[in-house]
Design a protein around this ligand. Structure first.
Ligand code: NAD
Ligand code: ZN
Length: 355
């Protein structure tokens, strides 16, 4: 049985100062549930906050609890909660919007300027033993789905959102730039949505090997000696055509340029990767060729489909997990994420106490 008084919590104080400490167990408000945390994945953004203390205008000014790719078990219900019961295992959608602004009302709640988002300063995350969250942003997992898979619905939802924004459909020919966790979940989503010819790029062969195992039809290793035009030509030659859709999941300028330029006339280039705030791209070629450029910010109403994709067996996210740590080993887990030792894809932290 879990020790009810223990709420070991991973708190980022400032750059490279991550601590495990005890925090009080919070009480759920009327529309919230208290969750005993199950699994929390480490995301590139967590590592960014750890190493740099900021992402753009989001700056860690006060100690912040880490973690946003998470699942848990309902431990207590707020008095208005009817969609869940104690003991339910859930995936936690980490962004809870205001529900009142025009973006929320129009159904694009990911764009809500007042959204609460786990582990985005000043909002706390859920890398802890206990955590409270809005009940309607918790999605009950079927018995055959694991808490690990529940946590992986977070990155998977980014892939689902990207493919929905791109309008991936049966027969789509897709170029994905970057085979990190986000590129790989985009690959899994594109395949599940019917894409039949997918090529994926990276600068690291190991990541391309994993992409191949996950079902990419083709891979391209980008090396510094390759010039832009020859990469575009090689993508077209390998696919046998220009891609209908290109999705950049690296944030690298050369990669965004490739996505825009390789896409067929009238196609769609979707930008997911976030690198430098300003990027030089050949915008005029995009307009002459009517290539639509679309941004992606997290996800919106995508958790239910991501859950269904995994629950139905259409998508297997488990191979993404390369490393496992206990909550007590959080500092080691982040060290592994920081150094990249052992070529991690997804590092999973297990918060449940055994015995
Ligand atoms: P990651 O750093 O693990 O993966 C990026 C991959 O791109 C790496 O495998 C890297 O080797 C590869 N890469 C780098 N330069 C390249 C190039 N020139 N050509 C091809 N590949 C190249 O990060 P991740 O967790 O997979 O996230 C990917 C990107 O998506 C990040 O920029 C992240 O900030 C962003 N992201 C955006 C959203 C959103 O809502 N828009 C959500 C999550 C992540
Ligand atoms: Zn809102």
């Amino acid at each position: 049985m879990a020790n009810k008084k223990d709420n070991l919590t991973a708190v980022l104080y400032t750059v490279n100062d991550l601590r495990l400490e005890q925090r009080p167990i919070p009480e759920p408000k009327d529309d919230e549930v208290l969750l005993q945390m199950g699994c929390v994945g480490i995301c590139g953004s967590d590592v960014h906050y750890l190493v740099r203390g900021r992402i753009g205008d989001f700056i860690v000014k006060e100690p912040m609890i880490m973690g946003h790719e998470a699942s848990g078990i309902v431990a207590k219900l707020g008095k208005n909660v009817t969609n869940l019961k104690v003991g339910d295992r859930v995936a936690i959608e980490p962004g809870v919007p205001c529900r009142k602004c025009n973006y929320c009302k129009e159904g694009r709640y990911n764009l809500c300027p007042s959204i609460f988002f786990c582990a985005t300063p000043p909002d706390h995350g859920n890398l802890s033993r206990y955590y409270v969250h809005a009940a309607d942003f918790c999605f009950k997992l079927p018995d055959h789905m694991s808490l690990e898979e529940g946590a992986l619905l977070e990155p998977l939802s980014v892939g689902v959102h990207a493919c929905r924004r791109a309008n991936v459909q049966l027969g789509s020919v897709v170029l994905i730039c970057g085979a990190g966790p986000i590129g790989l979940v985009t690959l899994l989503s594109a395949k599940a949505m019917g894409a039949t010819n997918i090529i994926i790029t990276d600068i690291v062969q190991n990541r391309l090997d994993i992409a191949k195992e996950l079902g990419a039809n083709h891979t391209v290793l980008i090396t510094p000696d390759l010039d832009e035009q020859s990469v575009i030509k090689s993508v077209h030659k390998t696919l046998g055509t220009a891609p209908d859709i290109s999705i950049d999941c690296s944030g690298a300028e050369s990669s965004i340029r490739l996505a825009i330029q390789a896409t067929k006339n009238g196609g769609v280039a979707v930008l997911v990767g976030m690198g430098a705030p300003e990027v030089k791209v050949p915008l005029v070629t995009a307009l002459i060729r009517e290539v639509d450029i679309r941004g992606v910010f997290r996800y919106c109403n995508d958790y239910p489909l991501a859950l269904e994709m995994v629950a139905s067996g259409k998508v297997n996210v488990k191979p993404l997990i390369t490393h496992n740590f206990k909550l007590e080993e959080t500092l080691e887990a982040f060290e592994t994420a920081k150094t990249g030792k052992g070529n991690p894809i997804k590092i999973m932290i297990h918060c449940l106490q055994k015995g």
